[in-house]
Each structure stands twice: as structure tokens, then as C-alpha cells.
Design a protein around this ligand. Structure first.
Ligand code: ADP
Ligand code: MG
Length: 391
């Protein structure tokens, strides 16, 4: 493994003319489906007069004030001593790479969003340079988080989401590895806009955006049955109607119900659902909480919690009929309180505290099956739970 990392680093340094004069590669810090990320030191860092002298702590960094063009151009270019170099795989389409860089550029002023410093291209190879942000491994710290810790973590995540959503951008891949959080400083930054998109990108009308009355009418007529599972448990009923295309980009276990139901007019609410799954993971002390191999299994998992009745109603919003004969899916489902008590093996004599109940109430607002009723990032920041201990 070591030698392959070495080889990777060699190649990066050789591919980009002048790379060695600018950056000193330190180590590989991430390897995903779409990129490899390295930690490096910006060699010329000392030459710049800058106020960003805080080693790895991005939280101390504030973007230059946006007071109109002239003041922006005069403000000194801030630099990070340590950078994350994201080498985007050449198998990613140029359009996709451009999309990620463009969105990051649009979001450069957003609090809690990791800013893009610069990007380079050499032939078909693109690297993005981001300030390095020291962070913990979610799996190592999430079980130890107290309720106030969780509120602070989510406040930081929802601060990022609020500004991303204000820019009418869907992140689409909210999950712990894309939210770099340092439990010691209690600051976090959102990264990885590789799947992000602007709201309304190639969207076709979906029933969920129509008035309740129109929807009822249409539901009675033509319906989609792709999610029916009444022939064999776990398998979709054969359906000869043309299948509907919808963006399904994201990560297993974090996909919102409307993504699974192939809603063609997805909104920023999908990110709030995924943030809710993170909260559910922390409260239940189980990672991954959802562990499905495919979308049908993912629906079964969600339906087990929410019950077939609510799941059916959720599907109908998008013109999907949800049917199931799986015996573990009840009509009514379970309350989140029950789910959390069970998954943490809490004894009857250790009831939930008022703070825990507050966290669960917030969770229920994030994991609202109907995206139009789900809490928005802005509303979340105003919620009592995220304001715990702030007064
Ligand atoms: P991918 O598209 O391959 O998932 P990401 O942008 O999510 O790429 O980066 C992959 C990993 O690299 C992250 O999960 C994180 O561990 C690390 N990483 C990315 N950006 C930074 C950064 N600015 N500072 C520190 N680590 C980072
Ligand atoms: Mg990622």
C-alpha cells in the first residue's frame, strides 16, 4: 500500500510542471470513488502576508468582506499553510469536474463550506486546492457525543446547508465523510461538491409540486408501480410502463425517500433528510444506521420505521404506489423514541432525558417523509435543539 501511495504522489508531482516548487506532498488522506486527496504544504506560504496563520484550523478563517468590487479586490489573498489537494479522476467527465469547481467558486463566501483556493489542469488531469482542515474520524467520536455536542455539530452542518441552499444548490451527498468535523475545536466544514447541482437542473414536473387536489385526481388515474413488492418480498413487481428517470446520485443509506421514489423535482430538502440520517446514526450509536444494498431495500428499511401507511402516502406524493407483504413492515411503524431506545439497548428504568427528547423531536422534523413538510436548514437553525445552551 505504502509504495502505491508513493507512486501516486510521484505521478502527481511529475504530471504538473512546477508542482514541486509550490507544494510539498505529505501524505494521502482520502481515496474515494471520484478522487484521491493528499495533504500538502504550500511552500510559498511564508511569502504571503496573510492573516490565516492558524495551522489547520479553518474555523479561524473568515472570507474577505463582500463590500462591493473594489474592497474585494484590495483584500489580501488568504492562503493556507497546509492544503488538501484533490486529484479528480480522469474518468470523471469534464462537465462534472467543471460543475464541482464552479459550484465551489459560487460558494466561496459561505460559512462552514470549505473554500476552493485554486485549481489546475494538465491535459486531462484536474486538481483542486483547498485549505487543509484537520478533522476527526466520525466512527471514532460519534458514540461519545453528548446531546450538547450533537447540537453544536449539527449547528455547524446546518450553517453550511443554509448557505448552500440559499444559493439554490443541492449538495446531494451529505454524510459524515463529507462533513469534516474537529471534535476538539467543535468546528466543521462541508466538502465534496462532486454530486452537487443547482436546484431545477433537468427537472421534469413531479406530482409532489402540484396542488393537493390536482394530485389526488392524477393519483387515481395513472400511477407508477415500480416500488410494489407484492410478488416476492424484496423484489419489484414487473412493470411494463417506461421507467421514470430521476437523479439518484448520493450515498446508500442517506438517500431521501423522494429520491428513492424517483421524484423528478428534487429540492434542497434531500440534504436535510441526509443530515437527519446522520443525527439518527449518532443518537442510535449505530453506523451505518441504514445498510441497504439497493433502493428497494432502502425503502424497506425506511418503511420498517415509518410503517407502510405513511410510506404509502409518501410514495403517492410522487405518483408511486408502495405495496409490500414483508411481515416486518407494520402499518403504523415505530416512533423514533422507540427506535433509539432499542438501538441503544436502554433499560426501561433509564428513560429519555428532556434534552434527548428535544433532539428526537428535531430528528423527526429532519426525517419528515414529505419533503414539503420537512424542516428547512434556516428553520433548523431557529429550532430550539440547535439553540441549546446558546442563550
Ligand atoms: P470524494 O469525491 O472522492 O469523496 P472528497 O472531497 O469527499 O472526495 O474528499 C475525500 C476525503 O478527503 C474526505 O472525506 C476527507 O477525508 C479528505 N479531505 C477532503 N477535503 C479535505 C480538506 N479540505 N481538508 C482535509 N481533508 C480533506
Ligand atoms: Mg466524499
Amino acid at each position: 500500500v505504502e509504495s502505491s501511495v508513493q507512486a501516486d504522489m510521484e505521478r502527481l508531482q511529475e504530471d504538473f510542471p512546477g508542482f514541486r516548487d509550490r507544494y510539498r506532498l505529505i501524505k494521502r488522506i482520502g481515496e474515494g470513488t471520484f478522487s484521491t486527496v493528499f495533504k500538502a504544504e504550500d511552500i510559498h506560504y511564508d511569502r504571503y502576508d496573510n492573516s490565516w496563520d492558524h495551522e489547520d484550523d479553518l474555523s479561524k478563517w473568515t472570507p474577505p468582506p463582500l463590500k462591493g468590487r473594489s474592497s474585494r479586490s484590495r483584500s489580501p489573498r488568504k492562503r493556507a499553510r497546509f492544503v488538501a489537494i484533490k486529484k479528480i479522476y480522469v474518468t470523471s467527465s469534464p462537465a462534472r469536474i467543471l460543475n464541482e469547481l464552479e459550484l465551489l467558486h459560487d460558494l466561496r463566501q459561505c460559512p462552514s463550506v470549505c473554500p476552493l483556493i485554486t485549481a489546475f489542469r494538465h491535459t486531462d488531469q484536474v486538481v483542486a486546492i483547498l485549505p487543509y482542515f484537520r478533522h476527526g474520524d466520525f466512527r471514532a467520536y460519534f458514540r461519545e457525543m453528548t446531546i450538547p455536542d450533537i447540537a453544536i455539530y449539527l449547528r455547524s452542518l446546518f450553517t453550511a446547508l443554509k448557505s448552500v441552499h440559499e444559493h439554490k444548490i443541492l449538495h446531494r451527498d451529505i454524510k459524515p465523510t463529507n462533513f469534516l468535523y474537529d471534535p476538539t475545536t467543535q468546528h466543521g466544514v462541508l466538502v465534496d461538491f462532486g454530486l452537487a447541482e443547482r436546484e431545477g437542473t433537468d427537472s421534469k414536473p413531479c406530482l409532489c409540486h402540484e396542488a393537493r387536489e390536482t394530485r389526488k385526481h392524477r393519483q387515481a388515474g395513472s400511477v407508477w408501480a415500480q416500488t410494489s413488492m407484492n410478488t416476492q418480498p424484496g423484489y419489484p413487481k414487473s412493470d411494463t410502463r417506461p421507467s421514470r428517470r430521476a437523479n439518484r446520485a448520493g450515498t446508500r443509506g442517506f438517500r431521501a425517500p423522494e429520491v428513492l421514489f424517483k421524484c423528478t423535482e428534487q429540492t434542497t430538502a434531500i440534504d436535510v433528510w441526509s443530515a437527519g440520517v446522520i443525527l439518527l446514526t449518532i443518537l442510535s450509536k449505530r453506523f451505518p444506521f441504514f445498510n441497504s444494498a439497493d433502493d428497494v431495500e432502502a425503502m424497506i428499511e425506511i418503511a420498517t420505521i415509518f410503517g407502510s401507511k405513511r410510506m404509502k402516502a409518501a410514495g403517492l406524493l410522487h405518483g408511486c404506489v408502495f405495496e409490500t407483504t414483508i411481515p416486518t413492515i407494520g402499518q403504523q411503524g415505530f416512533t423514533m423514541e422507540k427506535i433509539i431506545l432499542w438501538s441503544t439497548c436502554r433499560a426501561e428504568d433509564k428513560p429519555l432525558t428532556p434534552d434527548e427528547k428535544l433532539a428526537i423531536r428535531f430528528l423527526e422534523r429532519c426525517m419528515e417523509l414529505d419533503p414539503s413538510r420537512r424542516i428547512s436548514a434556516q428553520e433548523a437553525l431557529d429550532h430550539e435543539f440547535l439553540n441549546m445552551g446558546m442563550s
